[in-house]
Design a protein around this ligand. Structure first.
Ligand code: CO
Length: 670
């Protein structure tokens, strides 16, 4: 570590009024864009940003990312929110802190290259609506895809942040393509284009701490523009990498508020503030203010979104990123795809094929949309290629890529693969070398025509130009031509509370499973029972079916027990173990599961699917009706199942640990 870059502890004053650091690291907060995009599928609503907006404006962030990326898509498609309105609304509350957006180069905020006229107007309108910093990237790092948007950003007097998509071909930075020289060269290209800042965009969480250090030292030497590090937590390295970046002299880093942090999102701000407190890179932030923002988020906002968190995994990091240098999301897509094709056992072949396909396709970075392009083609190759023929089934997107529609790849595409892919391709068999969007026809006028009966302004036209199908639908909702579907409505805290109460009840075993089968009509011979369970009351009808002893006396059951299991303590000989809350006929004695031993007698059937914990009685044991024969576990609850009649256990059909279906005959008593 060079001495000039070292982080030095230089004050013992740790309170809010501590002296300003010599070179405070600047922080961009991503909570309101990449944070909820990463954790909650971009479903954050404007109304849920307002409770913390003014407080966040007081923190002192260099910028707040609030728009772009997938927000434009999800807002109009799923949330019935006008994307443009979000910028204007937030601007009323966040007056000091500049706004940042993620712009996908010529893809704008969509998934394909748009025509130049759309790209130019889109940037103009984003600026006019209140956007200050345009974080601009291209999936191939082909900056010809910036040639239209960058002059528009500059013309609007706004900040152009140029991104380098960070990718690897080796476990760590280096090798033939993506080494320090590559990124230094890219940074110089960005500076030549007028980049106000340069961002290392590590969307997959690949950047390792010491590589971040070396890269930032090299970039600081090579270019004048401030260096910004964006890194996802996915692999678990990002907080470490951020710290090494600070030591290397990085100017700006990205973080999120704690409730939006970690998993596939980003490092949290609070530990970073504490780490740098009292040093020459102290952020100067008031940690108590951050805590009070978190409290509002925790209590009033995040509960509405917690159902969107992927809680299927215990680990909050994805070590596949470390093993395969591929984005976490891409791997889960691959696995899903294999599952759908019933070929999940071939996942190792896919991991082996993936680097080959990526190399054939020009060693491109793996980021939306290139990660999908490479991933799907890899699966196709594994499933359909033969010994004699590779790339037997080439996707349309691979054809587009081979044609040059996405831009120039890091290394040339394998010429044989390219030739094969372009055989009979609609745009022509000879790939283009020009800027990708230069082959696209203008699109804006067509969009104006298509929306002339609905659109009130150019912003409406752009919603359609970017997303013709869902954009048109949104405009119809917006202007009352069609009713928005119920699922676009926000969740209220009241609904969240009701749902939480239900979950609590379920956990306490107080929820009764609804019977799947329709109950037969109750006859006059049915006897009614009152069943009391932990303060809840159920009225239960019990009816004897076919040949069992007649019920003579019945004692009301008043002992707490699971609602769906008959009381083992009931001394009256009831006809059959009818589950209390599921008054349906047990399997008739004529159709028991192949019973070992004597099958004559009354069957004890499973009232629900579950697992046998143990048999309390065995073949030959005498039992009286109502006495526990077997214990069944279902939904984590143990249920003691009573003998249907007085008699001797004739057969026991399962063993401890066996799984049983509803209606299986567990024992026969005769
Ligand atoms: Co990101």
């Amino acid at each position: 570590m060079s001495q000039e870059n070292a982080v030095k502890k230089n004050t013992m004053n740790y309170n809010k009024n501590r002296p300003k650091a010599e070179n405070p690291v600047k922080i961009e907060d991503l909570s309101l864009r990449d944070g909820h995009q990463s954790l909650f599928a971009t479903r954050g609503r404007t109304e849920d940003m307002l409770p913390v907006a003014e407080m966040m404006d007081q923190v002192g962030f260099w910028a707040m990312e609030v728009w772009g990326g997938a927000t434009f898509d999800t807002m109009h498609r799923f949330l019935n929110e006008d994307p443009w309105e979000r910028i204007r609304t937030l601007k009323k509350y966040i007056k000091k802190t500049p706004f940042s957006m993620l712009l996908r180069g010529q893809n704008l905020v969509g998934y394909r290259n748009y025509a130049d006229d759309v790209a130019k107007v889109f940037v103009e309108r984003a600026a006019a609506n209140g956007m200050d910093i345009f974080r601009t990237f291209d999936a191939l790092n082909d900056y010809r895809n910036f040639e239209v948007v960058v002059p528009a950003i500059k013309a609007a007097g706004k900040h152009f942040q140029g991104c380098m998509c960070y990718t690897l071909t080796e476990p760590r930075l280096g090798g033939e393509v993506y080494n320090i020289d590559y990124y230094v060269k890219k940074a110089k290209e960005l500076e030549a284009m007028g980049a106000d800042t340069i961002c290392i965009k590590d969307m997959a969480g690949l950047i390792a701490p010491y590589d971040a250090y070396d890269l930032i030292v090299a970039l600081k030497k090579a270019v004048k523009a401030p260096i910004h590090l964006h890194s996802h937590f996915t692999s678990g390295m990002s907080a470490l990498s951020m710290l090494k970046a600070v030591e290397a002299g990085v100017d700006i880093i990205d973080t999120v508020m704690a409730p939006y942090a970690y998993r596939t999102a980003h490092a949290a701000i609070e530990p970073m503030v504490m780490t740098l407190l009292g040093t020459n890179r102290d952020t100067g932030f008031d940690i108590k203010l951050l805590a009070s923002i978190n409290e509002v988020l925790e209590k009033e906002v995040m509960p509405k979104y917690k159902h969107l968190l992927d809680d299927t995994k215990i680990s909050i990091i994805d070590i596949n990123v470390l093993l395969h240098q591929t984005p976490g999301g891409m791997i889960s897509n691959l696995v899903n795809q294999l599952k759908q094709m019933d070929a999940v056992d071939r996942v190792d072949e896919v991991f082996a094929e993936l680097p080959r396909v990526r190399k054939d396709l020009g060693q491109i970075p793996l980021v939306t949309p290139t990660s999908q392009i490479v991933g799907v083609q890899t699966v196709n190759n594994v499933l359909f290629d033969t010994k004699d023929e590779r790339y037997k089934m080439v996707t349309d997107q691979v054809k587009d890529l081979c044609y040059g529609l996405y831009g120039k790849t890091a290394v040339p595409i394998n010429s044989e693969v390219q030739k094969k892919a372009l055989k009979g391709y609609s745009r022509g068999e000879k790939p283009i070398t020009a800027r990708a969007a230069s082959v696209l026809e203008p699109e804006l006028e067509k969009a104006r025509q298509a929306t002339k009966d609905l659109a009130k302004d150019i912003d409406d036209v752009l919603v359609y130009a970017l997303y013709p199908v869902t954009g048109m639908k949104f405009l119809k909702w917006k202007y009352g031509k069609e009713a928005p579907p119920a699922e676009t409505k926000p969740t209220s805290m009241e609904e969240v509370r009701r749902k939480d109460e239900l979950v609590q009840k379920a956990k306490a075993g107080l929820l009764v499973e609804k019977p799947q089968k329709k109950a037969p009509p109750m006859t006059e011979t049915a006897r009614k029972f009152n069943v009391f369970v932990d303060g809840e009351y159920f009225e239960v009808g019990v009816e004897s079916l076919g040949g069992a002893p007649v019920v003579n006396t019945v004692r009301p059951m008043a002992i707490p027990m699971p609602a769906y299991a008959p009381a083992p303590q009931a001394s009256a000989p009831v006809a059959a173990p009818v589950p209390a809350a599921a008054p349906e006929a047990p399997a008739p004695a004529a159709a028991p599961k192949a019973a070992a031993g004597d099958t004559k007698g009354a069957p004890l059937t499973a009232p629900m699917p579950g697992m046998i914990v143990k048999y309390v009685k065995n073949v030959g044991d005498k039992v009286s009706g109502g006495e526990t024969v077997v214990v069944l576990e279902a939904m984590k609850m143990e249920n003691a199942l009573p003998s249907p009649v007085n008699g001797t256990v004739k057969a026991v059909n399962f063993n401890s640990g066996d799984s049983v279906k509803k209606g299986d005959v567990l024992a026969i008593v005769g």
